[in-house]
Ligand binder design. Structure first.
Ligand code: AMP
Ligand code: MG
Length: 406
């Protein structure tokens, strides 16, 4: 009998065993969603010059000091400064210039007043209240100061990072390659898409659900045709897949039945077996291994068991493989929104839907919690753990949970 490994220990062991894939330079436009493989330190200030945040008039605050409703101050307009233009005239005592949003502040000026707060003609602008020096001036480097660390190696390129890369004129950032993850279903009962189901046969759903889970992380799933329950054949395809891919996920054949041949295949190919059983249901039986530094995740054939085990055990390792700096699973308290009526002799991972409201995180249960059910995974985005030895769990109970789509 294989020893049972704590799923958290298994998860950490696996994540520690993998390294991020290599990096490549890509045109910036192709980088959204990719993971930075170098730190982004600002080489220049943003904005690059003092500018106006409004359409209005730019002036010397000291000229407005005496302005009031009763005693308005009127200034002579020197010019109009649209965005992209350089001011021609410095602002001197008694003068102002019309300025548009994004245009550079002329020399001598230290305040901008929006149109709405003035009255004006083509030649003169009138103020009715004093302005403090610095009012409505966006300073050079106010958004980004040269030398600031904007994003670290291992950060996913979101809208903010993308904008900052562009702002720093990074034409081709260094990003981690999308790891290629082989996906191989084993089982003599499996039928390929488009073929008729002969009696006793079933559709291979795992290959596609695992592909979706892997793609969601930003990795590239590489799908191999399914293999019948023959250890040598499984071993052969495993070797092929490992030659082409950075990691491999197999499903089926990890229990201890006569046709459970994945562990034997792992031995045949010389993989070091990391663990074969975790303290979690669904997904207790598994066969994780390493070969030449590449991880092989041998998961159960039961659709919910394989995906549950993947989320609970393998997710951080895959996140690390992708290059993510923050790869670990963060657990947090989740309030169970529904009653769960069964006892849980072993740790049980429930799947469901996160509801955020009244300042709490609640989990509504998916109706399909069985280990052979794929339909119960539709739309699930959160999991929560019932500790071993628990009775039925009442609605309102606080469990430890984690996000599936991180
Ligand atoms: P196994 O892990 O090989 O013992 O399979 C457990 C159950 O999952 C059996 O009912 C299999 O028929 C089913 N199964 C195995 N592989 C797949 C697959 N790729 N897609 C859907 N069901 C599967
Ligand atoms: Mg089988």
């Amino acid at each position: 009998m294989s020893p049972v490994t704590s799923f958290r220990k298994a998860r950490d062991l696996l994540a520690a065993a993998v390294c991020p894939v290599s990096a490549e330079r890509l045109p910036l436009a192709d980088c959204s969603g990719r993971i930075l493989a170098e730190a982004l330190v600002a080489a220049s200030d943003v904005p690059p010059f003092d500018r106006s945040p409004f359409d209005g008039y730019v002036l010397r605050a000291s000229d407005s000091a005496a302005a009031s409703q009763e005693n308005p101050v009127s200034l002579h307009i020197l010019e109009e400064i649209p965005a992209s233009c350089v001011p021609r005239y410095p602002i001197t005592e008694g003068t102002a210039s019309k300025i548009l949003t994004g245009a550079p502040i002329p020399e001598g000026a230290d305040a901008v007043i929006p149109f709405e707060k003035t009255t004006f003609t083509e030649k003169r602008v009138t103020l009715f209240a004093p302005l403090k020096p610095g009012t409505n001036i966006v300073r050079t480097g106010e958004d980004i100061r040269r030398g600031t660390l904007l994003a670290d190696c291992g950060q996913r390129i979101d809208a903010g990072v993308m904008g900052c890369l562009a702002g720093q004129n990074v034409e081709a950032p260094l990003v981690f390659r999308r790891p290629r993850v082989g996906i191989l279903s084993t089982g003599s009962e499996l039928v390929e898409l488009g073929h008729d189901l002969a009696p006793g046969k079933i559709r291979d759903t795992n290959r596609y659900s695992m592909a979706a889970a892997v793609a969601r992380l930003g990795a590239e799933p590489v799908l191999f045709p399914s293999v019948t329950d023959q250890a040598e054949r499984i071993a052969e395809v495993m070797v092929q897949a490992l030659q082409q891919c950075d990691a491999l996920i197999t499903t089926g054949g990890v229990s201890v039945g006569d046709y459970d041949l994945t562990p034997a295949a792992l031995e045949t190919i010389g993989a070091e077996i990391l663990f074969r059983k975790v303290d979690l249901k669904p997904g207790m039986a598994c066969a994780y291994g390493l070969r030449k530094g590449k991880m092989i995740c041998g998961l159960s054939g039961n659709p919910a068991s394989s995906i549950t085990n993947f989320y609970a055990v393998a997710l951080p390792a895959f996140r690390r493989l992708c290059g993510l700096r923050d790869y670990e699973t963060h657990e947090f308290p989740v309030i169970l929104a529904d009653r769960f009526g069964k006892r849980s002799p072993s740790n049980r991972l429930l799947r469901g839907f996160m509801e955020l409201g009244d300042g709490t995180v609640r989990m509504r249960l998916s109706t399909g919690q069985g280990n052979a059910m794929i339909s119960g995974l539709i739309g699930c985005n959160i999991a929560a753990l019932i500790p071993a030895g628990s009775d039925a769990i009442e609605a309102g109970t606080v469990l430890q949970g984690f996000l599936l789509n991180r």
